[in-house]
Design a protein around this ligand. Structure first.
Ligand code: CP
Length: 313
């Protein structure tokens, strides 16, 4: 593995999940990180990704160094050939190249702007870090994907499903007050399509994911129909891909509560966090035994650890 930016970078997904579970059972079994430095650069806020990746690096014996570049670093220019006479003090060409000289692995979080779809989906920011850092780069969530989250999600589903038949997994949209990226649902769909599960998506009209992420997946615009018999329900808001970055609906009928849960096969309910209680998922579900969002968050450490371990090999 040269970089980790999507499932396409993984040679053997089953082996990766197996390794993550092994790390959960014995976090200190690998010392591949000894003497190595992992830089974690955040252009946007984070709680779980930041902390779990730091813990993961430390479990491997590596030192993790975090820079909140959106807050503490120089504002970065990503365009070439510009006269930098505005508020951007440093070009990505120098910033990433310098980081490449300090670290052995670089983790990068860059949210999409949600105004220019082709720019966001070209992953210009993440690709610029890869181009100029010259070391392995791990996506800590980019414009279109959140692969560390998806690996932890797949690991969680496997842990929670002891049966030999495929679980029915439904990704459902839920309302939100802000325009959120499509990275988590895109990525989850990408990983579920490759997993041994029966996967479908529920979202209101106008919220279909980009075709490259939902190709071949059954998409329901009727949430109740989609939830019938579900074993796992992944609840998440995202803004429109079609009407790019727009909030088209705040329909609270899509808020996931006991009413929705009762349609399922006593489903395990997932969310990547942070979750807005009462708006996205009701307390009655989040505080029930069906909710496994904290298990997902815990598994973020071991998902990150298995990826860093691969890159350190
Ligand atoms: N799920 C997730 O990535 O959480 P953070 O945004 O807090 O890192």
């Amino acid at each position: 593995m040269k970089h980790f930016t999507s499932i396409a970078d993984v040679q053997n997904v089953d082996q990766l999940v197996e390794q993550a579970i092994l790390f959960k059972n014995n976090p200190f079994q690998s010392e591949l990180g000894k003497g190595k430095k992992v830089g974690l650069v955040f252009l946007n806020p984070s709680l779980r990704t930041r902390l779990s990746t730091q813990v993961a690096a430390q479990n491997l014996g590596a030192e993790a160094i975090v820079l909140d570049i959106g807050k503490d670093g120089w504002a970065l220019e990503f365009n070439d050939g510009v006269v930098m006479n505005g508020d951007k003090a440093e070009h990505i060409r120098e910033a990433a190249a310098v980081m490449g000289r300090y670290f052995d692995i670089l983790g990068v979080r860059t949210f999409p702007g949600l105004t220019d779809r082709s720019e966001d989906y070209a992953e210009i920011l993440l690709q610029s870090f890869i181009k100029y850092a010259g070391i392995p780069v791990v996506s800590l969530e980019s414009g279109t994907r959140h692969p560390l989250q998806s690996l932890a999600d797949l690991m969680t589903i496997q842990e929670q499903w002891p049966h030999s038949h495929k679980p029915k997994v439904v990704l459902t949209w839920a309302p939100h007050v802000k325009a959120l990226p499509q990275a988590v649902p895109n990525s989850f769909a990408e990983w579920m399509i490759q997993a041994d599960v029966d996967f479908s998506i529920a979202n209101p009209a106008g919220y279909d994911l980009a075709p490259e992420f939902s190709n071949g997946v059954s998409v329901f615009h009727d949430q109740a129909e989609a939830l019938e018999g579900a074993d796992f329900v992944y609840v998440k808001n995202w803004s429109s891909y079609e009407h790019y970055g727009q909030v088209l609906s705040q329909d609270e009928k899509w808020t996931f509560g006991q009413k929705q849960l009762s349609l399922t096969n006593n489903a395990k309910v997932m969310h990547c966090l942070p979750v807005r209680r009462g708006l996205v998922i009701k307390d009655e579900v989040l505080d029930s035994k069906n909710a496994i969002h904290l298990e997902q968050a815990e598994n973020r450490v071991y998902a990150a650890q298995s990826i860093l371990n691969e890159l350190l090999k």
